[in-house]
Each structure stands twice: as C-alpha cells, then as structure tokens.
Design a protein around this ligand. Structure first.
Ligand code: CP
Length: 310
C-alpha cells in the first residue's frame, strides 16, 4: 500500500489506514534509530530542501536529522541569508531552487495555505512543516505515534487540548488525526482564543479547565503565543495561568495512567508548571524523539516507499 498523495499538506482528509501506515513505518525507523549505526541508504538518490520562513528548533532539526539518517542530500534555506532579503518572491525563490534539480520541499511559513500554493508552482513533493494557524501534520503524527506507543490503541482515549485553539496549527492537526483514529477529543481555552464553530470538527468545547480535565486520559498543552497578548485576546498572563495553567493540583482530576503532552516551545510557569512538564507523566521529550522516526517515515513514503522497512 502507498500514500494516495505525493504531498503531505495536512491530516485533514488522511484516512485511518494511511495514518496507520505512517505510524507502522515510523516503528521500523524507530528501531533503526536505536541501533549504534543509525543511518540507512534508503533515500540516497533524493535531494530535499528545508525551506523555513519562520523560526523552528524541533521541526527543522528533526527533519534535517531524518534526512541525514536516510542518506538523502539536503539543503537548508533560511530567509535571513537568502535573496528574500532583496525582495525575491516565494514563487521565484522556489522555482529557482527547483531548477537546481531537487525532489522534495519541506516548508514552514507564517501564512496558511503556502504548502498548497507550492504544489501548484512545483513538481517536487511538498511537506507542510507548519503553515500559519492551518496545520502542522508531522507534529500531529508524532503526537499520535507517542500515544499509540503508550496506550496501544487510540479508540476511546479521551484527549483534551488546552490553550490558544484559534491560532494553533498543532490543535487542528491533532483534532483531524485523533478523530480519524477513533479518539474522543475536547478543546478548552478562553472564548477569545476559541475559533467559531470549532464543534463542527467533532470536538467537545470547554471554557472551564477543571470541568474539561474530569476523566481525561491525555492533556495536550498548547504554547501561549505571547504576541497574542498585544492583540487584547488575553487579559494577562497571570490570569491565564490561574484559569488555564496545568499544575500538579489539577492532575488529580485525570484518569490514572494519564499523559501530559506539549509540542514546545514551553512557557514554563504560564501554560504549564515546570513540575508537571518535567514530571513522571510528561512525554514531552518522547514526542521530540519520536518526531525523527515520524519524519523519516513521511519522507520515505512520499518518495515512493511502500509499507514496512527492514
Ligand atoms: N513543535 C514545533 O513545531 O516546534 P518548533 O517551532 O521548534 O519547530
């Protein structure tokens, strides 16, 4: 079995079978990453460009490591050292890069829809590494992978996503992916940070965190985007922390064997206390570790690979 599209633009529309194929392939790569020699020749003939128009630590380094582990040739692009500074458009930039014979583009951009736009300009495979408030599919996949490794199956798991849902591409990708996998998903945050008609995505909506946490298995804590405070969407960080911060006291409402997730970067003491982020139920660094295997799986499958890797 193969993925239906040669691009990964989002988890919206990806079937359960396709998600499972990516997760199963990532399991094989995770095993390879635990070997003393973590490199395989799988993508030796493939050239990948990492096109990051927005800052990133985890996603950028994780994709770069995934490409290196697969023996792909890779090029890193950053706006600050490119001709974007001289006014070159995105379309001209990518068409010039593709003229140098590349196969795949990993794109992070502040504008939602940029990866989709690139599919119309280029013949390369396009992977969305986060576009505005739209989607961050590899983050959603690595979150689902981390949960499947712990709970074995997603069906019936109750996942609460807490924070700035309105501006969160991580929330959207998690909702699409988790729903496809049979989990029950709820979102919780202040009304000013909740998108209109979010319930149409098939999620329960809460503004009271303590009610939302009752009987949940997983809490995925989103980063408060500090720039939103200037827009008047948050009364104060202190008030946000009191109403929506995840602390040890609040964990008592969760089911036993619960899980705390965060995509990073963390604002310690605002959306999550250090004690919880570093505590025994946190899988935050496991998420980061698993991100490399997930990105290897996505690169492999989109470059035409099929099923399991030996
Ligand atoms: N989770 C995530 O996307 O982190 P970065 O912005 O550091 O890539």
């Amino acid at each position: 079995m193969k993925l239906k599209s040669k691009h990964l633009l989002g988890l919206e529309g990806l079937s359960k079978d396709e998600i499972e194929m990516i997760l199963d392939t990532a399991e094989s790569f995770k095993e390879i990453l635990e070997r003393p020699i973590k490199k395989v020749p799988t993508l030796r003939a493939v050239t990948v460009v990492n096109l990051f128009y927005e800052p990133s630590t985890r996603t950028r380094i994780s994709f770069e490591l995934a490409e290196k582990r697969l023996s792909a040739d890779l090029v890193n692009f950053s706006t600050s050292t490119s001709s974007v500074k001289k006014g070159e458009t995105l379309k001209d930039t990518v068409k010039n890069i593709e003229a140098m014979k590349i196969d795949m583009v990993i794109i992070r951009h502040q504008s939602a829809g940029t990866p989709q736009f690139l599919t119309r300009c280029l013949s390369s495979s396009i992977i969305n590494a986060g576009d505005g408030a739209h989607e961050h599919p590899t983050q959603g996949l690595l979150d689902i992978f981390t949960l499947r490794r712990k709970y074995r199956k997603l069906e019936g798991l109750r996942v609460i996503i807490v924070g700035d849902i309105k501006h969160s591409r991580v929330a959207r990708s998690n909702i699409w992916g988790l729903k496809s996998m049979g989990a029950s998903v709820a979102v919780c945050g202040p009304n000013t940070l909740m998108p209109c008609e979010i319930e149409k995505m098939g999620v329960d909506v809460y503004s009271n965190l303590d009610n939302a946490l009752e009987g949940a298995d997983v809490v995925n804590v989103l980063r408060i985007q500090l720039e939103r405070q200037k827009g008047g969407l948050l009364p104060s960080l202190r008030e946000y922390s009191i109403e929506y911060g995840i602390n040890v006291e609040r964990l008592k409402r969760l089911n036993p064997n619960f899980t705390i997730m965060h995509p990073g970067p963390i604002n310690r003491g605002i959306e999550i206390t250090a004690e919880v982020a570093d505590g025994p139920y946190s899988v935050i660094l496991d998420q980061v570790t698993n991100g490399v295997a997930i990105r290897m799986a996505v690169l492999y499958l989109l470059s035409g690979g099929e099923g399991k890797v030996e």
